[in-house]
Design a protein around this ligand. Sequence first.
Ligand SMILES: O=C(O)CCC(=O)C(=O)O
Length: 264
Amino acid sequence: MSINEDYSENGFAFPIRAISAEKAREIRQQLEEVERSLEDQSVLKFNANFVLPFLQELTTLESITDAVAEVLGDDLLVWGCNLFIKEAKSEHYVSWHQDLHYWGLNEDDQVTAWLALSPATIESGCMKFVPGSHKTIVEHRDTFHEDNLLTRGQEIAVDVDEADAVAIELQPGEMSLHHGRLFHGSDPNRSNDRRIGVAMRFIKPSMKQVGGQKSLATLAKGQDKFGNFELVEPPKEMLSPEAIALRQRALDISQTILYDGADK
Ligand SMILES: O=C(O)CCC(=O)C(=O)O
């Protein structure tokens, strides 16, 4: 089955080898060096690709963009790129949710490529997907639970039957693709290693942000014939002041979108 057939039926495809295990280890080392060098790590919490060239480079790698292009076509923007890190033996989890519920985008031409930089296993709290659930839209509620890695602790407001879910186990360097309306979540990390994932959010350039904002995006493949997003240049150096300011501007715009209608 091709990626596209698998994906349109189930709303996801995995495992897909994106980079070698060796390359994944190198990127993890680079990331952990940056973490150690920063007293305040908040700059890594959202769109870290704006400040770390080695993450931004992942978003244009052919092994990743070609797989995404099988679903979305040859013109691709990166709308976001977030690290999902669960420390060893930690309670952090991700509640069941559909990404697009909160992203203020007008269509669903969006795919997340989630790349493992450490083993994502049932023990370490890999993602869980409900096959076919991308074909429905359901209500969500906010929990703001302190262990929830999502911005609003948002969760699906109806019961999700765990028995329907598939565990998305990935080795370092493998990725999964998932649809923005797929029911997904993940459990705490019970393993002795950190669980580190890079979630790259790809969209078709024809998508639009509703409500008039222009989110910042980078070009991953092909061209943007629409101009619906503000295209910015990839970072050239690590954590440069210009890149940090750009990331902050992206965050400010994104927060007005992600917290729209929230109580907090
Ligand atoms: O990393 C996780 O466990 C969840 C990630 C997620 O919800 C996403 O990438 O959309």
